[in-house]
Design a protein around this ligand. Structure first.
Ligand code: KG4
Ligand code: ZN
Length: 342
């Protein structure tokens, strides 16, 4: 089966053509093209929703035809169309959803709307089978969730951030340090050169027995630290700040994942999302899983951020489980705990 899959929930327009036989956990990514808007938003220090919507409109059509050309397939050869419907920036989502609807209608193809977070988790399926049940941990610029997955389609939220997403915290702290948006990758590099014990920072896991996170306290703490130093005319070592905050985040992530894995008797962890590109977090999870007999799945760096192929991987299992969308398909800015497909 050939999937044309479209992702436009934030600031990357992404389209992929993925081949996967029904009933088999096998994938071939024939093309996976991304038009990033990072440079457009960088001067504002974050994503400007209206600019994102317009940039998606400008990119989507030619990008879809590039994905088809790179894959060497015609629109008629596509079997199924999949698109991210939620959560995300509503204007941005609508561009992908409407393009997918137009494509599906014009060429008479079945259509399926997919949850973006399920998509991030599904980036792991592209790399091999993930044993179920598993715990998924998704951390990106807009989302931070711990999920209990009893199958590739049945998800239940176990924990989430109560305020800022993990990538958002990296970006906002990084912006205050004068780094260029998105700041995560640069902070990762700075952290490698700093002392992780230089600053004692507030933990980002909730201490109420839940599996939730809260990052706004850490963000405010560090921004105050930087402001105070600036007012006193003191220099703060950015490498030490990055190393300390990264260690702090890694410790809290491992703390919550250890609890949720042990309390549910689950031995498989699938981590995903842009923040999982972080070398320190990848190492922390690899070390934890190695010591605790947990099988860890993390996508390669190229599939951590938003991409179209992950949407095809999620759509395949939803589709095979019977999910279908029709021309009433719409974008939804927030999906809360609603994991159903349309
Ligand atoms: O998954 P993604 O591409 O888009 C969303 O769905 O949000 O994630 C983007 C986020 C940004 O906040 C970016 O700063 C963060 O992922 N990020 C990182 C790293 N690379 C990207 N955060 C920490 N360390 C990194 N190496
Ligand atoms: Zn994402």
């Amino acid at each position: 089966m050939l999937y044309l899959s479209i992702e436009s929930s934030c600031d990357e327009t992404a389209v992929a053509v993925v081949e996967s036989p029904d009933g088999k956990d096998e994938f071939r990514i024939l093309s996976n093209v991304i038009a990033s808007q990072v440079d457009v938003h960088a001067k504002f220090g974050g994503v400007v929703p209206e600019i994102a919507s317009r940039a998606h409109i400008e990119a989507i059509s030619s990008l879809a035809y590039k994905a088809l050309a790179d894959a060497g397939v015609t629109p008629e050869q596509i079997d199924r169309v999949a698109v991210t419907t939620e959560p995300g920036l509503i204007g941005a989502l609508l561009v992908g959803v409407n393009f997918a609807k137009g494509f599906a209608y014009s060429f008479g193809k079945p259509l399926l709307g997919v949850n973006h977070i399920k998509g991030h988790v599904a980036a792991n399926y592209l790399c091999g089978k993930v044993q179920t049940p598993f715990i998924a941990f998704v951390a990106s610029g807009g989302h931070t969730s711990i999920i209990k997955a009893s199958s590739y389609t049945d998800f239940e939220t176990a924990g989430r951030t109560l305020d800022d997403a993990m990538g958002e915290a990296f970006d906002k702290i990084g912006r205050r340090m004068g780094l260029c948006y998105p700041c995560g990758a640069e902070m990762d590099r700075l952290a490698s050169k700093g002392d992780p014990n230089a600053f004692k920072l507030p933990a980002v896991h909730m201490k109420d027995g839940s599996y939730n996170f809260s990052l706004s306290g850490l963000k405010t703490y560090i921004i105050n630290l930087l402001n105070t130093a600036e007012m006193k005319g003191e220099q703060i070592n950015r490498e030490d700040v990055c190393a300390s905050l990264t260690k702090n985040i890694c410790d809290s992530v491992v703390y919550q994942l250890d609890r949720v894995l042990k309390e549910n008797g689950i031995k498989t962890l699938a981590a995903a999302g842009g923040v999982l590109a972080n070398s320190h977090l990848r190492k922390a999870l690899t070390d934890y899983c190695g010591k605790n007999g947990v099988t860890l799945h993390v996508p390669p760096l190229s599939l951590c951020g938003d991409n179209g192929a992950m949407i095809a991987a999620a759509a395949k299992y939803e589709y095979e489980a019977g999910a279908r969308s029709d021309m009433s398909l719409d974008g939804k800015p927030s999906s809360k705990d609603d994991w159903k497909s349309y």
